[in-house]
Design a protein around this ligand. Sequence first.
Ligand SMILES: *Cc1c(COP(=O)(O)O)cnc(C)c1O
Length: 396
Amino acid sequence: MNTAEIIQLTEKYVLPTYGRLPLAPVRGEGARVWDAEGREYLDFVGGIAVCSLGHCHPAVVKAICEQASRLMHVSNLYYIEPQARLARLLVENSCGDKVFFCNSGAEAVEAAIKLARKYGKLRGGPQKHHIVTAERSFHGRTMGAVTATGQAKYREPFDPLVPGFSYVPFNDVEALSRAVGPHTCAVILEPVQGEGGVRAATREFLAAARELCDRYDALLIFDEVQCGLGRTGKLFAYEHYGVEPDAFTLAKALGGGFPIGALVVKERAAIFAPGDHASTFGGNPLACAAALAAVESIIGEGLVENAARVGEYFKERLVDLSRRFNLVREVRGLGLMLGMELAVEGKAVVAGCQERGLLINCVDNHVLRFLPPLVVTERDVDRAVNILAAVLAEVG
Ligand SMILES: *Cc1c(COP(=O)(O)O)cnc(C)c1O
């Protein structure tokens, strides 16, 4: 099929839950994708932080093919070797002790919410069920995860939501201190907010969250679905802050493109017992084999260090652009999770870049978000920045 045919078929048969751009990638390799007509694009969206290894990384492709021909699925009624190996790999490289596997970011957040509610009941009775999250946060689209999400536009169409949630302005230590108390069972935060506009937490905010959770015996839960697994230049974003959570969520990059999510918990929060929570597909052999190869490659191929180094270079180049173009308000972010806030809507810039062969994304209407694969080089960044500069000159 050509692009026009793919678009037409989609419009006819797929529910329009996404505002899609007129592009249908059909093949990918590294930081590049190609459409049905063979046009090449430099992909600085990277599946929204999923394709950290680039497209079709050989180790992930091999792991999927081998596992698919051996055993794709077996129930969690039984023991699953790739699941156990993946859990060990995550635990050995993080502050966590035990892992629950699911299939997406929202499901990982749901697991975290249920964990928090059970923890509160155990430690303080039914009153201790209150969960505090941040404004501008994004935690997913299922009912619990969307309730946790601190953006009214995602929640309001689906009222009434899950009771017991409140929201504080991100990085506002005083508001957080007022919101957390004896009835709090958890505080859930993204160390670096993604969907909300690429905003990093301050050290003071995460340290205050840690201190308040300790004081009131609540769980500090970090949502690392987007910022985790090397994206920010550390394997986990919390490492930038010297603040350890009691539990954290992963998904997006975890499977190297294959759907999988995880909730990693410390011993203190390892309170799930048989029957408390489950997922038919969660931690299935195929997903875990893909994730095992993906995480081993992220760690083993130095991609965390590459994200730090190339991210630093990319940020400098974006700051240069902010000096050249008045319509750039701010450049922010960590590692290869970068945002450029514009004084105008970002839509035309995204479209202009796509026309010139560069894929980028825009969040919160006017923040360009860059989430390239962690394998990108300084040369890729130069190419992207040159395209962006040409488009900014046109739009400005
Ligand atoms: C994308 C995202 C989610 C939701 O993940 P899905 O896989 O789309 O359900 C949750 N939290 C954060 C921080 C995310 O970026």
